[in-house]
Design a protein around this ligand. Sequence first.
Ligand code: CMP
Length: 146
Amino acid sequence: MEITLALIKPHVLRNTYAMQQIRALIAQNFTVLDQKEVHITKELSAKFYAEHRGKFFYHRLTSFMNSGPCYALILQSEACIKKWRGLLGPTKVFRAVYSDPDCIRALYGLSDTRNACHGSDSEESAMREIGILFPEFKLDAVSREV
Ligand code: CMP
């Protein structure tokens, strides 16, 4: 079984309807191993988004993530990374709207920065991102058996 990090961005956490819909999708598709509201401080976002430092959207992205609480979940299922990213749809909201109008980003994304939710893009990223947002989580204790 695979695990991944899902991160719900501030504008979606404030939207009760969007949260109900996303929670229902998560419940249908995954086991939630841990979840919590998180405040993405400048220090946390510098670690979390280190690979994007220097890109034109870096300051916009880290300021937005710091603008209010986010909600982080550790999800588990078979092919969890691909499955969650499939439910999210493309990173760019205009692409999401045209290619997959029912995906999370098409429904609740407002811009490329405010694209509703994040999902780890690989097993390595998932381990790294879970380590940053859930430092107390015991990765070794998770069963990887299918
Ligand atoms: P997220 O899944 O949080 O991971 C990296 C984030 O960078 C991504 O979602 C987008 O919010 C943001 N991002 C990626 N590409 C762009 C872009 N071209 N313009 C603005 N933001 C971007």
